[in-house]
Design a protein around this ligand. Structure first.
Ligand SMILES: [Zn+2]
Length: 470
């Protein structure tokens, strides 16, 4: 058996593992590298695996996030026509996310072209999109749905079991069973794991009792998240202060996952009378699509969330949710001076409608910005978290007088203790464990935690592009 760590080794994006086992050759995830100046080059080189990609038999996707799925259109452009397996909810999300990813890239290339022409330069140097909307739509045709919790036979010697990973809607950990001479071999891919006892999604399902090979994520392998009650207190404080000051509350949020989690928390706080009844605008086409997909897949949500949705239906005035569709309505929100709660994307304030809401509300001391997600270095969101007094939006200076609240406890990723709890589901140490999907420091720290707390001895940190024969 041979494993190729094509991405998400020593970093958190570009998830893609090549597996050659028995006579099957397949990929687990096909993710895009994101962030940093080298990302683009890495994406262009990503699928040059040393052989024709048409020789890959199948692809298994753990979940819809672009860093796990975003190079699927490239794979299909390179000639791959085989099946790509994923849960139905993942497929529903990909139908929105992949064309959107292509659309953003097309817009970026157009902008570069205009910029160069204005500067009297020609088209050389404009980076074409990795793929177009048409190519993204074509790749969606390869997707095949699989269900949680039962073995799905993929090819003659290979079957897979998808288990809920509790990370985003439709996310899964995978157990791949490869039959051959002798005992079948079990390969477990954690995928991205969610937190336990958090709203909206179910807890991560336990892994199988045994594995020959395990790949475990380690995004937050070196830290612990703040507790849910602390996070609720922070949110209530932000609402109370903004209400007293008669301003607006703006919440930048990732469209998939975080937006729905915030809606849940606000509704729950209103139900428990910690907040008074609210009108909330969700102003992001992507967030609205993700919210609709979430509501259409209620069987995947935890019982508390299904109960809260029923309560909301019975008490529509308690949380009046408006999914803002058209641009005119979005612009009209800029005229509201007081009492508006606006959730908008992108989560790091780099693109989308959130920039307009920040331009309007940042200069007003009576307003508040509630930041509830990870903000990467260099983003507008990070500058706000770091206390900038002046930022630039659409090239114009905008003074920051609004209060910035940073809420720490919301994360779609398991922290160190949750990762160890999930690993505790194995009855014995896997034959080989590979720590992936983490910055180098986080992965190394988590490797030590596994060795120290679980006593496992074969724990490795694969290098980017490394191939391992087992
Ligand atoms: Zn993810």
């Amino acid at each position: 058996m041979r494993l190729g760590f094509l991405g998400a080794a020593g970093e958190v994006t570009g998830s893609c593992t090549l597996v050659e086992a028995g006579n099957a050759r397949f990929l687990v995830d096909c993710g895009m590298f994101q962030g940093g100046p080298e990302a683009r080059q890495k994406n262009q080189k990503a699928l040059n695996v040393g052989f024709d990609v048409r020789k890959i038999d199948f692809v298994l996707l753990t979940h819809a996030h672009i860093d796990h799925s975003g190079l699927l259109p490239r794979l299909s452009m390179l000639g791959y026509r085989g099946p790509v397996y994923a849960t139905q909810a993942t497929i529903d999300l990909l139908e929105v996310l992949l064309p959107d990813s292509a659309h953003i890239q097309e817009k970026e290339a157009e902008w570069q072209l205009r910029h160069r022409r204005r500067g009297g330069k020609d088209e050389r140097g404009v980076q074409p999109p990795l793929y177009t909307v048409v190519q993204a739509l074509a790749s969606l045709k390869l997707l095949r749905p699989v269900s949680y919790g039962r073995p799905e036979k993929i090819v003659e010697n290979v079957s897979v079991i998808y288990r809920d990973a509790g990370h985003i809607l439709g996310s899964a950990s995978l157990e791949v069973i490869v039959a051959g001479e002798g005992k079948p071999r079990h390969l477990v891919f954690s995928g991205d794991l969610g937190m336990y006892d958090r709203p909206v999604l179910c807890d991560p399902a336990p892994p199988p009792a045994e594995a020959d090979v395990l790949l475990i994520e380690s995004t937050y392998g070196d830290r612990l998240h703040r507790s849910l009650p602390e996070t609720e207190d922070e949110i209530v404080a932000a609402f109370e202060r903004t209400k007293a000051a008669k301003g607006n509350l703006i919440i930048p949020a990732f469209a998939v996952g975080r937006t729905q989690e915030i809606i849940y928390m606000l509704a729950d706080l209103v139900r428990r009378k910690r907040l008074s009844p609210l009108k909330v605008y969700v102003d992001s086409p992507m967030a609205n699509a993700a919210t609709r997909i979430t509501l259409a897949n209620q069987e995947l949500l935890d019982p508390e969330t299904r109960e809260l949705i029923a309560w909301l239906k019975a008490h529509p005035k308690q949380l009046n949710l408006e999914l803002v569709a058209d641009v005119e309505r979005s612009i009209a929100l800029n005229d509201i001076r007081s009492g508006a709660v606006i959730i908008s994307a992108s989560g790091m304030c780099e693109a989308g409608r959130i920039k307009y809401h920040l331009r309007e509300n940042l200069p007003r001391s009576e307003c508040s910005i509630l930041i509830a997600g990870f903000q990467a270095a260099g983003t507008l969101g990070r500058r706000l978290v770091d206390g900038a007094r002046l930022v630039h939006i659409f090239g114009q200076p905008v003074p920051v007088r609004a209060r910035i609240y940073t809420v720490g406890g919301l994360s779609a990723h398991a922290d160190q203790s949750a990762l160890l709890k999930w690993l505790g589901g194995f009855h014995s140490a896997p034959g080989h464990t590979f720590v992936v999907h983490g910055e180098a420091g986080a992965s190394a720290n988590f490797k030590r935690a596994i060795e120290g707390q679980l006593g496992w001895t074969d724990v490795q940190l694969p290098q980017p592009g490394e191939f391992v024969t087992l």
